[in-house]
Design a protein around this ligand. Structure first.
Ligand code: MLT
Length: 407
């Protein structure tokens, strides 16, 4: 008789953002007016940059002739895109990363979820709290945790982020093997300094651990002293994997393109002490389970690095960051303490109240969707996250409605 993977039974019934979508749909049915304004899930609203659209069209036209047609592409991504990424996102910042270390994919969510497959089932994981739920849920599915009790899974080393530590988790006090970090942070919008990141790199090196570094929001960094990549830190090539995405930067949430960097110098051991290339394992996994991103989408992503693409992307990022400033100022004016919104598109607001109750109240009274902090972990209780991804008109209207609702 077929048995299920019982680890799935340990999971909360539904994924955070699906749960929110259901609540919002139910509210809309009860109360269709005023139209809901969504500042919940971080989904972009502006069109793809012109440079990407033009490249996308050209690539589709190439597919229309036998001469230009492309069938299966390289699973790791076309060289033209991997080269552009390595040069612009890393070498231009002094980070020693090469095209053959880039794995193009359809999303940082999938990659951060899938990467754990290449590590041992009994790897000890360190996960921030609050956290993007995918890191935790995929480890639960893989059986790396015990059961869920009072908001936490047994067997996980939680790295608390709270007002006391400036929303930057402290180093674990016990040995761990896999460490998840995300900066600029989702959900809290906090950033890490070069010195703080260096401590993590040194900790990983000393403990033979690997850091899984999610840098999906690096394009939103405004402060020149904040590192964009973990590979700006000396020693990181030996201890870190980095995840990036075109989703939030260039509006690719529906188009789908992202990448993961696995340096060729990154190794991990077998239980018996043999040393193996993590790059080789991920390459093997990627070519077996992934078909590659479509050719036109990779051409559209490549256009992000053209000079027109760069300035158009900068324009989009500026626009969302102006929204972030509007949200942060409005919430602070209302007397709420906020983090984020300065180098990240998320504003983490201390509500001092049950976060789902605050979410429901904003939905009912203002018709505005946020994300309840508790959905990101126990340390998120008492907070909500507001996303800056929406049009200026909607953000301004949402803040006016919130002001009225909270008056
Ligand atoms: C978020 O709102 O946290 C993100 O949009 C989710 C994601 O990128 O998958």
């Amino acid at each position: 008789m077929i048995h299920i993977n019982e680890n799935y039974l340990k999971l909360e019934a539904s994924y955070l953002f699906s749960d929110i979508a259901k609540r919002v749909a139910a509210h809309q049915q009860r109360q269709p007016e005023p139209a809901i304004i969504r500042l919940g899930i971080g989904d972009v609203t502006r069109a793809l940059p012109d440079a990407c659209i033009a490249a996308f069209h050209r690539a589709v036209d190439e597919m229309a002739s036998d001469a230009g047609f492309r069938g299966y592409g390289p699973e790791q991504g076309y060289a033209f895109l991997r080269e552009a990424i390595a040069v612009n996102d890393f070498q231009a910042r002094g980070a020693d990363i090469h095209a053959d270390e880039i794995f193009v994919s359809d999303g940082a969510k999938c990659d951060t979820g899938n990467i754990q497959e290449i590590f041992a089932a009994d790897a000890r994981i360190a996960i921030p709290d609050p956290v993007y739920p995918v890191y935790l849920d995929t480890n639960v599915m893989a059986g790396r945790t015990g059961h869920y009790q009072r908001g936490r899974y047994a067997g996980v080393v939680y790295l608390d982020g709270n007002a006391a530590n400036g929303f930057i988790p402290e180093l674990p006090t016990e040995p761990v093997d896999l460490i998840y970090l995300c900066f600029p942070n989702n959900p809290m919008g906090a950033t890490i300094t070069t010195e703080q990141l260096k401590q993590w790199v040194d900790f990983a090196a000393a403990n033979r651990a690997i850091i899984l570094y999610d840098a999906a929001y690096e394009a939103f960094i405004r402060d020149d002293t904040v590192p964009h990549s973990i590979y700006e830190i000396e020693g990181a090539r030996k201890v870190a994997i980095e995840f990036r995405s075109f989703s939030k930067t260039a509006g690719f949430t529906g188009t789908r393109c992202a990448y993961t960097v696995v340096p060729t110098s990154l190794t991990a051991m077998t239980a018996s002490g043999g040393t193996h290339s993590v790059h080789a394992l991920w390459s093997r996994r990627h070519s077996t389970k992934f078909n590659g991103v479509s050719y036109p989408v990779q051409r559209a992503a490549e256009a992000v690095y053209s000079s027109a693409g760069k300035s158009q992307v900068a324009g989009l990022v500026d626009e969302y960051m102006t929204n972030a400033g509007i949200i942060r100022n409005a919430m602070q004016d209302l007397g709420y303490r906020c983090v984020g919104g300065e180098n990240a598109p998320y504003i983490w607001v201390a509500t001092q109240r049950d976060s789902w109750a605050f979410f429901d109240m904003l939905l009912e009274k203002a018709g505005v969707v946020c994300t309840p902090g508790a959905g990101f972990g126990t340390c998120g209780e008492g907070y909500i996250r507001i996303s800056a991804f929406n049009s200026r008109d909607n953000v301004t209207a949402a803040m006016a409605r919130i002001r009225q609702a909270l008056a």
